[in-house]
Design a protein. Structure first.
Length: 119
């Protein structure tokens, strides 16, 4: 498992503590498979086809970090457009980079969420 640097956090949102093959550890809880880490907690996610889980974040966040697994991939234009129509910006990157970026943005008090495909 790869652990991420510890930083001080405030508020109810939990940092991503680490990740490994097929799982993420968020606030001490291990979640298997794809996950959404949002201001109201972390939960399993149905992957790129599960747009409803991401649209439900509208009004809670400004930016969604989309972790595309081990390698970076572009966000599908229809997915990007749907999220932008809901007022959510999208930044696609590999999942390790998205996890690190999420923690940094969270420590800065930003309105952020991450949707991560496993590595």
């Amino acid at each position: 498992m790869i652990s991420l640097t510890e930083i001080g956090y405030s508020g109810p949102a939990r940092p991503i503590d680490g990740y490994g093959p097929g799982f993420f550890r968020v606030g001490g809880q291990v979640l298997r498979g794809a996950v959404v880490v949002a201001p109201d907690g972390a939960r399993g996610w149905g992957g790129l086809g599960d747009l409803a889980a991401l649209l439900a974040l509208g009004g809670q966040i400004d930016v969604l970090l989309l972790g595309t697994g081990r390698v970076i991939a572009h966000a599908d234009p229809a997915l990007r457009q749907a999220l932008e129509n809901a007022g959510i910006g999208v930044e696609a990157m590999d999942s390790p980079a998205a996890a690190r970026s999420y923690n940094i943005c969270l420590s800065e008090g930003r309105r952020i969420a991450a949707a991560l495909l496993p590595v």
